[in-house]
Design a protein around this ligand. Structure first.
Ligand code: FES
Length: 159
C-alpha cells in the first residue's frame, strides 16, 4: 500500500465529523474513502478506537457489505426488493449474471466488474431497477440489462 492510500485511511479514520465515533463508523469512513477495508485500515481503526485488531476484524466481518479486496472497475447492482421482484427482477439478475459470466453475486474473474443484489435502490416506481456505477436505470428488460453491461465493459476496453 502506498503512502497516499495510507493518508486517505488516516484522514478517514481521524476526521469523522460526527460526535460519536465507533469502530463501525470508522470502518464505514474507510470504505467510503477507498472502497474497501485493507489490513492497514483495521490497524488504524484499532489504534484510533483503542481496540484490539481482533475486535475490529470481528465488527468488519460481521457486516456482509464490507469488501476486503480493492474494488473492481464497475459496480453493477440489480434490485431484488419486493417491487422489483414483482416486476421481473429474477430475469434481470439472470441476464446480468449471463452478461458477466457469473453464477451469483461477486467479482468477475478478470476483476473488471462486481455484481451485487440490492434490497431496494430507492426507485421502486420504476421497477425493475438496476444501477451501473451508481447510475440508476428503471423499467429494465433482460436485453436492456445485457446491453448496458456490455456497453459499460466495452467503453472501458476502448480506452
Ligand atoms: S424494490 Fe427495487 S427499487 Fe425499491
Amino acid at each position: 500500500m502506498d503512502d497516499a492510500a495510507r493518508d486517505l485511511i488516516d484522514a478517514a479514520v481521524n476526521n469523522q465529523p460526527q460526535s460519536t465515533v465507533t469502530v463501525l463508523s470508522s470502518l464505514l469512513a474507510v470504505e467510503d474513502a477507498i472502497g474497501y477495508i485493507p489490513p492497514e485500515a483495521v490497524e488504524a481503526v484499532a489504534t484510533r478506537m483503542d481496540a484490539t485488531i481482533n475486535d475490529v476484524w470481528a465488527v468488519a466481518t460481521f457486516y456482509p457489505n464490507f469488501r476486503f479486496e480493492p474494488p473492481t472497475e464497475h459496480r453493477i447492482e440489480v434490485c431484488w426488493g419486493p417491487s422489483c421482484h414483482v416486476m421481473g427482477a429474477t430475469a434481470i439478475i439472470a441476464a446480468a449474471q449471463d452478461a458477466l459470466g457469473l453464477s451469483d453475486e461477486g467479482d468477475t474473474p478478470d476483476g473488471r466488474a462486481t455484481l451485487r443484489y440490492n434490497t431496494c435502490l430507492g426507485a421502486c416506481a420504476h421497477a425493475p431497477v438496476m444501477a451501473i456505477d451508481h447510475h440508476l436505470a428503471g423499467r429494465i428488460t433482460p436485453n436492456n440489462a445485457r446491453d448496458r453491461i456490455a456497453a459499460t465493459l466495452a467503453a472501458e476496453a476502448a480506452h
